[in-house]
Design a protein around this ligand. Sequence first.
Ligand code: OOG
Length: 267
Amino acid sequence: MSLDNPKTLNDEAIIRLAERVETAQRYATPIHKLTQDYPDMTLSEAYRVQTALRRSYEARGQRVIGWKAGLTSKPKMAQMGVSTPGVGFLTDAMERPANRKITVSDLIHPRVEAEIAFVTKSELSGKVTAEQVMAATDYVQPALEVIDSRFSGFKFDLESVIADNSSSARYVPGGRMIRPDALDLRTVGVVLEHNGEIAQIGAGAEVLGHPAEAIAMLVGVLDDMGEVLPAGSFVMAGAITAAVAVKPGDTITARFYEMGSITVTFT
Ligand code: OOG
């Protein structure tokens, strides 16, 4: 990359974009896609914005406890019109307990997703296979993710959504913790109920054929960023079904075959 390439975003521009995203997150005020101002933004520049956002959260005392893969299933790709998966970081401040009330009035346009989460017992680095992910996994468990795009109308492109930390907002681990080989994760069915009505159904295989493939993809992206996935990380593999929009007063229950369920009421 040449330094005088006018199309390359310099460090200052990257930090300014991260601040723009962070302000939209903090005040729940939508912004336009970053590519509207920077149509030539590349995927690696988008990840540099995400990294600047992560450093800013850390500087404010939040701890990165893991990562999430996103846009890893066909239903999600079809819903969002983006067909390349990506990753985002998770901090301790984004976690909410299962089977309780969760505030969403501080979000712009929250949507809920049902996912399988992996908790690792050894470090994963470089380019890894799904088998290596399984071997490094302590346990798997259900999780709900509440996503909230900071972009108007929940409309974005790959570069913008990656810069926005893949729409990460809240996550809710729950259900049963089980050994990764105790079940065929491809055939784990999930039923997502919205106010008592079945809204979405799916199975683990929707996620890149096997949820562990999404974790392998994620470790590869971390490697490209010069990062590793430490032991003890909490990593979500991505939504199995399309996401469901929620508002205060709504209740969501996700039932996972053999893995238990998570219910959350939103306020
Ligand atoms: C991007 C994040 C998608 C998933 O699990 O697929 C995601 C979005 O749809 O806003 O978290």
